[in-house]
Structure formats: structure tokens, C-alpha cells
Write a protein that binds this ligand. Structure first.
Ligand code: HEC
Ligand code: HEC
Length: 315
């Protein structure tokens, strides 16, 4: 009877029959204790935590970052991005610059490349893609009208949210792994998915990029007073309070009504600043006469401003 119950359980669990389970069953030559244990336990075993070898995962993640093709060959369903970018359209196409891994490719003008390769772009389509400019893309929204600066991936380990609008909470590495897995699935128009091990390897690689950032100097009082509440806090900031361009925050695709206050680790490396690149440099950020949003730290004394700027330039 026990065996019957077991068999019934196996049948019940075998829905949907996954390929690995079927392959396991096919590989077992005899109905013995060895086979029964494996068939009975295999599905439950799939929920065990996976062993990882960090060094291997890093190497695999790095290879995928540079080589995993993100689009099927050019066709009516895609932008044909592979074809536009020298046959290689990978994470590194956007997220590496002059050999610096994780740095945003500020020279990539994907909008212009797309327009140049369409036979008959409409005036509207042309205007939309040309408005992206270098280092900014929108391959996420339906309209293409929400370009964002390609982010620097080096500080990802320290971000509490992913994406400028904070659409993804980064609770642990699994959040990053899932962000990358689902990105690859949508980038390939739901025609393929990475293995979980590969998605995890990419996440391990991306988080490792922070190793290249310098150790921050001690925080000056002016930063603690004027900036830390947002930049070291756990909350997204309402777009009206930030005052930068609200398009992305209010996006139907990615919006939350808010922006994340990003970690400032590595900020000296990533001008132009803000999600849309609207502030050219750290000097401009604190210049009282400037236009635009993020109006924090604009009424500092000259001494405080110098201290704050000096600090930001060492991050
Ligand atoms: C077409 C250029 C492009 C490609 C290719 C690309 N990304 Fe990105 N990536 C972006 C942009 C733009 C954003 C910001 C989107 C937003 O915030 O709305 C982004 C955001 C991210 C983020 C979140 C970063 C943050 O600061 O929140 C991660 C992680 C990431 N990409 C990893 C990858 C990985 C891994 C690959 C390859 C599988 C990849 N990206 C391929 C352009 C690209
Ligand atoms: C009320 C919350 C808040 C305060 C206070 C604040 N920030 Fe920000 N900061 C933000 C948000 C939100 C963003 C992202 C805005 C965007 O991308 O449009 C941001 C962006 C930035 C950026 C751009 C980072 C990048 O990667 O592009 C810098 C630099 C920065 N802040 C520095 C400061 C400094 C220095 C202070 C203190 C004088 C400060 N912030 C005070 C919320 C705040």
C-alpha cells in the first residue's frame, strides 16, 4: 500500500512533467531502492539551495555579459539590434565603455543607428529615436518616448532599488538575478531564457563590479545634514519633490511616481548626472544659478559647498 501511495504521489507531482524528471526516470535502469529514492525525492530536491562556486560563477557571468546575444537575428519583430551593432548585441554593448566593465557606453547612439537602418522611418519614429541621443536608450517602453541614461553598473551592489524609477526592490541578490533573467527573456522576445545558473552568474558578476570603486572617505557633516536622509535612506522619493523630468517616474511601463535616490558610491565616474543626464557635472549640481530639478544643496555657504564637492569627487 505504501508503494501505491508513493506511486500516486509521484504521478500527482509529475504535473507538469518537467524534462529533467523525465530524463532521470529514463536513465534509471532498474526499479530498486536507488531508483525509488531518486524518483520520489527529485522534485523536492529542486527546492534545495544551490551550491555555488563564486569564482566559476564570476567567470561564467563575465563571459555571458560580453557574449550572450540579446536579440534574435534582425527581423520584423525586433529592432535588428544585433545587425546594427557589429553583429554583437550584448549586455556589454550598453554597459561597457572603453574597456571599463560596467561603465555606461556614452558613445552608443542606438536611436540614430535604428533610424539609419530602417528603410522608411516615419517622421514621428525618426523624431522619437533621434531624441534619445548618445548614451540614452529606450528599448523598454512601447512608445520609445522614455529614454534613460544607460546606468553605471559598478555601484549596483549598493543600490536599494533597481532602475531609476525604483521599479524593482533589491532585497538580495535574487532580486538582481530575477531582474536579469526577465530582462533577457523579454530582450529575446520571449523566445529563450537563460538557465537559473546563468542568471545567477550574471548577478554575481554585476555585483562584483563594485570591487573597482574606491573606499569612501569619512562623511562630512554637510553631507550628513543635507543629503544623507535621501541618499542613505530606504525610500523612493516622490517625483514632485525631486523636480527632475517626470516622464520616467510616471511611465505606464516602468513608473512608480517616484525616483530612487541612487547610492553616490562612484558618482565622480558617471557624469552626466540624473536619470536623464540633465545635469552635466558635480560642479553644476551645486551651482546656485543653475536651472532644472534636484534643488538640494544650492544654498550652501561657499565653505560647505567646497567640502561637499571635495567629498563627492572622492567617491
Ligand atoms: C540597449 C542597452 C542595454 C542593454 C543591451 C542592456 N542594458 Fe541594462 N540597462 C539599460 C538601461 C537604459 C537601464 C536603465 C533602465 C531604467 O532605469 O529604467 C538598464 C538597467 C540595468 C540594471 C539596473 C541598474 C540600476 O542601476 O538600477 C541592470 C542590473 C542591468 N541593466 C543589467 C544588464 C544586463 C546584465 C544586461 C545583459 C543581459 C543588460 N543590462 C543589457 C540599458 C541596457
Ligand atoms: C529629498 C531627497 C534628496 C535629497 C535631500 C538629496 N537628493 Fe540627490 N537625488 C535624489 C533623487 C531622487 C535623485 C535621482 C533623481 C533623478 O535621477 O532624476 C538624486 C540624484 C542625485 C545625484 C545624481 C546621481 C546620478 O547617478 O546621476 C547626485 C550627484 C545627488 N543626488 C547628490 C546629492 C547631494 C550632494 C545632496 C545633498 C546636497 C542631495 N543629493 C540631496 C534625492 C535627494
Amino acid at each position: 500500500l505504501r508503494r501505491l501511495i508513493l506511486a500516486a504521489l509521484i504521478v500527482a507531482c509529475a504535473r507538469p512533467v518537467d524534462d529533467r524528471y523525465a530524463a532521470l526516470r529514463a536513465s534509471l535502469a532498474a526499479d530498486n531502492g536507488y531508483a525509488r529514492l531518486r524518483l520520489a525525492r527529485y522534485r523536492a530536491w529542486q527546492t534545495l539551495p544551490e551550491m555555488t562556486l563564486q569564482a566559476d560563477a564570476y567567470a561564467l557571468g563575465r563571459e555571458a555579459f560580453f557574449k550572450l546575444p540579446l536579440q534574435k537575428s534582425p527581423g520584423k519583430d525586433g529592432f535588428g539590434l544585433q545587425h546594427l551593432v557589429d553583429g554583437h548585441f550584448t549586455c556589454a554593448t550598453c554597459h561597457t565603455h572603453n574597456g571599463v566593465e560596467g561603465a555606461p557606453n556614452v558613445d552608443l547612439d542606438l536611436g540614430a543607428a535604428i533610424i539609419a537602418n530602417f528603410d522608411h522611418p516615419s517622421d514621428e519614429g525618426r523624431a522619437i529615436a533621434m531624441a534619445w541621443g548618445k548614451g540614452r536608450v529606450d528599448v523598454s517602453s512601447v512608445t520609445g518616448k522614455e529614454p534613460a541614461r544607460i546606468p553605471d553598473l559598478r555601484p549596483v551592489r549598493y543600490q536599494k532599488f533597481l532602475q531609476y524609477s525604483g521599479a524593482v526592490k533589491k532585497l538580495d541578490r535574487m532580486s538582481l538575478e530575477l531582474r536579469i533573467e526577465t530582462l533577457i527573456i523579454t530582450a529575446t522576445q520571449e523566445t529563450a531564457r537563460p538557465s537559473h545558473a546563468l542568471a545567477r552568474a550574471l548577478a554575481i558578476y554585476v555585483e562584483s563590479l563594485a570591487d573597482s570603486l574606491p573606499t569612501p572617505p569619512p562623511q562630512p557633516a554637510v553631507f550628513t545634514r543635507e543629503c544623507a536622509s535621501c541618499h542613505e535612506g530606504d525610500e523612493l522619493i516622490d517625483v514632485d519633490e525631486v523636480g527632475t523630468d517626470p516622464t520616467l517616474a510616471r511611465s505606464i511601463d516602468r513608473g512608480t511616481g517616484k525616483y530612487r535616490a541612487p547610492t553616490l558610491r562612484g558618482v565622480r565616474l558617471r557624469a552626466p548626472l540624473m536619470h536623464d543626464g540633465s545635469i552635466a557635472s558635480l560642479g553644476d549640481l551645486l551651482y546656485p544659478g543653475r536651472a532644472g530639478g534636484h534643488r538640494f544643496g544650492l544654498d550652501l555657504s561657499d565653505a560647505d559647498r567646497a567640502v561637499l564637492l571635495g567629498y563627492l569627487q572622492k567617491l
